[in-house]
Design a binder for this molecule. Sequence first.
Ligand code: NAG
Ligand code: NAG
Ligand code: NAG
Ligand code: NAG
Ligand code: NAG
Ligand code: NAG
Ligand code: NAG
Ligand code: NAG
Length: 428
Amino acid sequence: MKYLSTLSLLVAGAVAQQVTFQNSSSTILRVDNGTYGPEIEEYHYYYDQWPIGLAISSTGRFFVSYTRGDYEYTVGEVVNKTAEKPYPSQDLQLPLDSLNMTWNGIAFGSGNSSAFVSVQALYITPETSTRPETLWILDTGRPTVHNAAGDPSMPYAQPGGPKLMAISLANDTIYKTYTFPSTVHYPDSYLNDLRFDLRANVSGTSGEGIAYLVDSSNEGRTGFIMVDLATGDSWRRLNQDHSVLRVPNDVPTYFGKPFYFRQLGQPISWQQEGLDGLQLSPDGKTAYYSPLTSKSLYSIPSANLRERDSNPLAEIWAHSNVSSHGQRGGDANGFEGDSTGKIFQLIPEQNAVYYYDPNDGQTHGLLRDPRILWPDGATVGADGYIYININQLPYQPDWNFGVDGRIHPGAVLRAKLPDGGTKISTLY
Ligand SMILES: *[C@@H]1O[C@H](CO)[C@@H](O)[C@H](O)[C@H]1NC(C)=O
Ligand SMILES: *[C@@H]1O[C@H](CO)[C@@H](O)[C@H](O)[C@H]1NC(C)=O
Ligand SMILES: *[C@@H]1O[C@H](CO)[C@@H](O)[C@H](O)[C@H]1NC(C)=O
Ligand SMILES: *[C@@H]1O[C@H](CO)[C@@H](O)[C@H](O)[C@H]1NC(C)=O
Ligand SMILES: *[C@@H]1O[C@H](CO)[C@@H](O)[C@H](O)[C@H]1NC(C)=O
Ligand SMILES: *[C@@H]1O[C@H](CO)[C@@H](O)[C@H](O)[C@H]1NC(C)=O
Ligand SMILES: *[C@@H]1O[C@H](CO)[C@@H](O)[C@H](O)[C@H]1NC(C)=O
Ligand SMILES: *[C@@H]1O[C@H](CO)[C@@H](O)[C@H](O)[C@H]1NC(C)=O
């Protein structure tokens, strides 16, 4: 040990005399080039609105969502490599002056259930014998609004605003809308992601399958929300379970620097987000998940999420059946999965995508690249690629005392999945 450290001091001293370090090709030292995994392609560039959610159809149609704010539209379709347009129409994007209202001095998001307020996430399920290929829209009903001083805040949701909508990609028309009672979606809930099991015989459902949603509420009442797609009934599970709660005082490292939350009008604070990533195993039996502010991965048998409140033990059983898969080496944002059973986890701290392999119980690196500046969502296509939305979120003004440090363009990056992995087809 002593010998080695003396040697490296000598080498470092010699290099310092010979070259001025500028970049990796001007040093003789081993350098972390920040890169591994399959080749990454720059698939799409965002020059206008910064994206959040994404989904790709069986024919390669590409859809994007953008949380509002001050954007004219919240759901878009990519038209070419550098542009998107409102989808399915501008009429369905609630006008900016209708996004929020004030009642008794308290700010609320719009309760309009027939137009989009602020869409966080998208998901596409393939065509089945009873359902067209469907673009699912998850509307939080909670835009971010700014007062005259530019201070951001998020009004409470009112029933009708937060919703799950189904659009047929065969006719680009909304064919079903699910809203939530206030006992299921609270005023301070925040719908963050969604997954589906559309099989008619899934236990605890009424024949048209189920949606699993996550409530990541920064206010803290996190948990799962399920929707029986036949009846529209919805219920919560794992309410504020230890496994869905934010980890307090979490300071992640983004782009090499410790990150604190810096909102205009507020004291410096910490990232607050609870349950965020969600992915089903290809057999639908296991739901993997984690809070954004945690380094740990959890799972639960999906049957425990489907158990209804009519069973007084449902919440106790769910809690008792949570499994920890240990730490994974960083905080994680969105999840995805593929036909091989890999559970992809976006790791903004490492500009990387990791995956949990249920076969060996470990988390591994899949992709790393300096261009992955906050991977916000990912979608696996039927073409065997993983597509990743890059939106530079930690540089947004609402996290930096009002200063916008993002640099256009944002991007969709894509990479071919290893081991013949492709979009899961067994749940539909
Ligand atoms: C890295 O340094 C080498 C040698 O000084 C130089 O030729 C090259 O252009 C530099 N590359 C970048 C990306 O700055
Ligand atoms: C970066 O380093 C890794 C690991 O040493 C190597 O496999 C990869 O080829 C390098 N990539 C580039 C772009 O230099
Ligand atoms: C992409 O579409 C936009 C909007 O329709 C248009 O302005 C732009 O010229 C198009 N770019 C290319 C390369 O076709
Ligand atoms: C909801 O918004 C749409 C689009 O702006 C509008 O046409 C409709 O009248 C609104 N519905 C209600 C109940 O306000
Ligand atoms: C929407 O919220 C902003 C910021 O709090 C506020 O200035 C504005 O008055 C609100 N709009 C309505 C209609 O309440
Ligand atoms: C679009 O497709 C859906 C689902 O198949 C169907 O219910 C609806 O009637 C269709 N709407 C139009 C306008 O064709
Ligand atoms: C449930 O339905 C799927 C097709 O949707 C079928 O593959 C599976 O075998 C069925 N499972 C049972 C237990 O019947
Ligand atoms: C796990 O859930 C099942 C129902 O899906 C239940 O029968 C069992 O008792 C639960 N386990 C524990 C330890 O609560």
